[in-house]
Design a protein around this ligand. Sequence first.
Ligand SMILES: *Cc1c(COP(=O)(O)O)cnc(C)c1O
Length: 400
Amino acid sequence: MLARRLRPAVAARWPSQQLLARCYSAQPKGTPDIDASALTIEKTTAPKPLLDAKDLIFGRTFTDHMLSVEWTAQDGWLPPRITPYQNLSLDPATCVLHYAFTCFEGMKAYKDADDRIRLFRPDRNMHRLNRSSARIALPTFNHDTFIDLISKFVNLEERFIPKQKGYSLYLRPTMIGTQKTLGVGPPGSALLYLIASPVGPYYPTGFKAVTLEATEYAVRAWPGGVGDRKLGANYAPCIVPQIDAAKRGFQQNLWLFGEEGYVTEVGTMNMFVAWVNEEGVKELITAPLDGTILEGVTRESVLALARERLVPEGWQVSEKKFTMAQMKKAADEGRLLEAFGAGTAAVVSPIKGVSWRNQDIKIPLSPGKETGPLAEKFWNWISEIQYGETSHPWSYVVPK
Ligand SMILES: *Cc1c(COP(=O)(O)O)cnc(C)c1O
């Protein structure tokens, strides 16, 4: 226990986030990691009726079961359990309820044409969950073991994964601190759990381009902060600015940072812009991972596909800071080609306009469409990998 208390103090002298993550591990050496072979399964006696595919609403209904793994500082990870989906029972003093010891992931399970279940780059989600967890003094775990458990879980819940293309089972791995004391310190116990919600296509009637309000009065993330981690604490403060933007008729916030007006993210998606840059070169640009940007799996995939498939066509692909003023200038000079958000829920979200300091910046779309050509390309490329229509190492076929 003493060593666990001392380590954060040591880490605090090193402001770099990477060092923080490396120095502090809630997992004391020698306690057991998760043991997938110890899994017990208690099946529900009251299976839920399946909703009609057209009635599915994101995150509203859940499958029959949940997966839970408890952790204590003393004993490490306890045997994993699949049980009927049920309420948690938490003491009102539990640390997650007071100090936001909570982080999560968002990923999906897909059915391919041969009825196999597939995950998309699950190792990236596990990596990110461990990084989020370590940042708030919660325990870490072996990636492959948890992917094994997810595989067992999605096999059990197979009937909830709709077969139609565009449908999927949204998976929500969540970690919370469960210590029942009000003292502010590293939780001595935690719960890692997984719930799942069947979801329909994000664009049931074709793409829908959105308009954004560039938000300067509120800041989502800042250097040295935790905007690069999927911590629960990052999301609640973004709702009021979102409501305000919606009142003014904008679907999402475009989060800016600093006096320079750096473009960071859009809503809870990474932001991509395509323009002809000042040097006259076609460029696909997104903000760099400087600690203020969430490391999106979709972002990483868009960048990799762009480097593989667009660079040979003369595109430049950049992870580089860019500003609202540069976007406005590009629009004024007819160099702004396209903009879109990227994230698991929608894959891509085409953007048709941004309001910034009372100026409306219009962003081009393909003729007669609610998307630009690049967003559509990435949507096709990534969806066909997710649904196994093309063979690709990013698609993980869940063993039966
Ligand atoms: C989850 C998330 C993203 C997108 O990440 P994906 O792994 O692509 O789903 C982007 N920005 C924020 C703030 C997020 O929470």
